[in-house]
Write a protein that binds this ligand. Structure first.
Ligand SMILES: [Mg+2]
Length: 393
């Protein structure tokens, strides 16, 4: 039996269409299709207004036009969608490095080891994700929470648009049983037809079906289906190691024009990153500082360390030197956004064996912060310039 996990599935609502509306407010409320009208083109995303007419992704645009003649067809702007996607994934990176991206707008997050940083409640993390994504991109995300991937994805699907749902262990059968079998992950069209022939139409009927009869009719996959029908799913969140990072960033209400203030913010963000690194038992080798000049010009600067570390002090030392170098290279330095992150993690079996840990000081700070709420213990530089703060937006 594996320990209980906490999994979140995040899926942006009508992502490409929502970005088009964000950038063209005059299109709000219209049936909108991302994908140009043409004999061979298909609908990439339809706005919710367009879905009311039966428009769906992958439908030929010609069909879409017939169903909804007044729909607005707009060209795909993939580089813009990637830009916003990076913002959304940056929010994920503030919660956990264990992110399995499924597409530009959808991911599984394993937040098991982040729970204690959020008061032990998965809902706090889900709410943080929803609010931060909204605040930074202006877009709406649906969030599903559960103890495995199957149920987390189901929770976001069942509650979207603007979804927010946690399926708790005691609610699994009540949620799953009435669903059509075709809704289950890995049960495709052929399998669905097979099950229908056996008189099995709902997930509940599949769960209670005679295993031997099911195996005879459907083969080895039957056992897996019955486990899924019972809400059992042991798949791990498969984070791409190359893309793993832990980061924190903040946007300023008023652009920062003073290096000392920027350094004090960097220290505060670095504390958060260090705390998460240690919670996830990760030591990273590459420190990245993200700097955005108004209105939207983003620079990143990286430094590779000699040894992987989870120490806040070492992270900040590298971050501060990157920040200073950037600041001095700018003619008129101004910051709208500042972020710091750690990536390129050492393989877990090596951590602890060959690298000295950052020691008791950071661990004590983490304990105090957990006990009295994040930010009660901040390094000197932050306290010194508290008065000059601009406040997080
Ligand atoms: Mg989506």
């Amino acid at each position: 039996m594996t320990a209980a996990r906490a999994i979140i599935h995040v899926d942006m609502d009508a992502f490409y269409a929502a970005i088009e509306v964000l950038d063209h407010p005059q299109w709000r409320g219209l049936p909108l299709v991302v994908g140009e009208l043409g004999p061979r083109s298909v609908v990439t995303t339809a706005s919710y207004e367009a879905r009311r007419y039966g428009l769906r992704s992958a439908m030929p645009t010609v069909t879409a036009k017939r169903l909804c003649p007044q729909a607005l067809f707009v060209p795909i702007r993939m580089s813009r969608y990637r830009e916003i996607s990076a913002e959304v994934f940056a929010v994920f990176g503030e919660v956990t490095p264990e992110i399995e991206g499924l597409s530009l707008d959808e991911a599984f997050l394993d937040v098991t080891r982040s729970l204690r940083l959020f008061g032990g409640e998965m809902e706090n993390i889900g709410r943080f994700l929803k609010q931060e994504i909204r605040r930074r991109t202006g877009l709406v995300a649906s969030v599903g929470m559960a103890h495995n991937k199957l149920l987390a994805k189901l929770a976001s699907e069942l509650s979207k648009p603007d979804g927010f749902l946690q399926i708790r262990p005691g609610q699994v059968h009540a949620m799953l049983d009435p669903l059509p079998v075709g809704r289950l992950w890995t049960v495709g069209k052929v399998a669905e037809a097979q099950l229908h022939r056996l008189g099995i139409r709902t997930v509940g009927e599949l769960r209670f079906a005679d295993p031997r009869r099911l195996h005879q009719a459907c083969g080895n996959q039957a056992g897996q289906w019955q486990r899924l029908a019972s809400g059992v799913d042991e798949r791990a969140v498969d984070a791409d190691a190359a893309e793993k990072s832990v980061s924190a960033e903040t946007t300023f209400v008023t652009d920062l024009t003073c290096l000392e203030q920027a350094e004090s913010w960097l220290a505060r963000l670095g504390e958060r990153v260090g705390e998460r690194l240690r919670a996830h038992e990760l030591r990273g080798r590459t420190v990245t500082v993200k700097l955005r000049k108004p209105p939207f010009e983003t620079h990143t600067r990286q430094l590779r360390l000699g040894e992987p570390t989870d120490s806040t002090a070492e992270l900040l030392q590298a971050g501060r030197s990157l920040l200073r170098r950037w600041w001095e290279s700018e003619q008129n330095p101004q910051l709208r956004l500042l972020g710091i992150g750690m990536s390129q993690f050492a393989p877990e079996q090596q951590a602890g064996l060959f690298t000295p840990t950052s020691g008791g000081k950071d661990q004590l700070a983490d304990q105090i912060n957990r006990r009295f709420g994040g930010g009660s213990l901040v390094r000197g530089v932050v306290l010194k310039s508290r008065r000059g703060e601009t406040g997080e937006k």
